[in-house]
Design a protein around this ligand. Structure first.
Ligand code: ZN
Length: 272
């Protein structure tokens, strides 16, 4: 038991460290997508202001930002808080993913395979969250890659478990969620939802299945309404002005992943 517990926490800590580094990579990915891929993804990072190359010792996730107090070493211009925030969130969500898949000693091969898939989806979702928040658009490069991997994820699970209803559940959820948002986008002439949101909920349905998708959509709309009302009251936005919905969908997807089954069984117990 002691050994299992030790390896459990070691895996979580390892995932946290991996998450920090992936978060650092996501910052670079977001920046490069912003720069419309003028430069390749290879090579070391550089300061967006003075274009000075950043030494490896100044590029340690979170820690370097704290040591440099959020300023570039050579030009002293501010380094956005986006950098340490993305790194830290990715680290924490990576560790949480390990926790939810491996809790109570569920060290099965299928769980380990699914963790790898999930870490990929989570990385894509975090990049989408930041990009949509900043630019109100979901990059096709990220969402199409994630959709393709999601199909492989569903097929892998069906092959490994032999569970055909899993395939129907996840495929239908993706189609229905995407169709629902397509309808919303068509009715509102693209004002409520954009094309990116349609692809994002299709991804949500594919990876969560119907139970998780219901929880995720509920969480996204609830949170979206809450923030919408709050910004109206605070006078920051006028009625009908556009708040990107992608970030709410991303948070909803995380809620669906981590709490989906628990919330659904809770409601079922409550009302049935
Ligand atoms: Zn600089």
């Amino acid at each position: 038991m002691y050994n299992i517990l030790m390896s459990f926490y070691l895996i979580l800590f390892f995932l946290f460290l991996v998450g920090l580094c992936i978060g650092s990579f996501l910052n670079v990915l977001i920046y490069r997508l912003e720069a419309k891929k003028r430069k390749s993804l290879n090579g070391r990072s550089f300061c967006p202001h003075c274009e000075e190359k950043i030494k490896w010792s100044d590029n340690i996730p979170v820690i370097s930002w704290l040591i440099l107090r959020g300023k570039c070493r050579s030009c002293k211009k501010e380094i956005s808080i986006q950098y340490p925030l993305v790194e830290l969130s990715t680290g924490l969500i990576f560790a949480a993913t390990g926790y939810f898949f491996l809790q109570f000693g569920r060290f099965t091969a299928l769980n380990f395979i699914n963790i790898v898939f999930w870490l990929f989806f989570i990385s894509s979702l975090i990049a989408i969250f930041v990009y949509d928040l900043k630019h109100r658009i979901i990059p096709d490069e990220i969402i199409y890659t994630a959709l393709a991997v999601a199909l492989i994820y569903v097929l892998t699970n069906v092959v490994l478990t032999g569970n055909i209803s899993y395939l129907i559940d996840h495929l239908l959820s993706g189609l229905l969620a995407g169709g629902f948002f397509f309808t919303l986008a068509t009715i509102s002439n693209g004002k409520w939802m954009g094309g990116g949101d349609i692809k994002l909920v299709a991804l949500m349905g594919l990876i969560l299945g119907w139970q998780g998708t219901l929880v995720a959509l509920y969480a996204a709309f609830f949170l979206g309404a809450l923030v919408g009302v709050f910004t109206l009251i605070s006078g920051k936005k006028k009625l009908g002005s556009k708040i990107p919905f992608g970030p709410f969908l991303v948070i909803g997807t995380f809620v669906g992943l981590f709490l989906g089954e628990h919330l659904v069984s809770f409601y079922v117990k409550l009302f049935l």
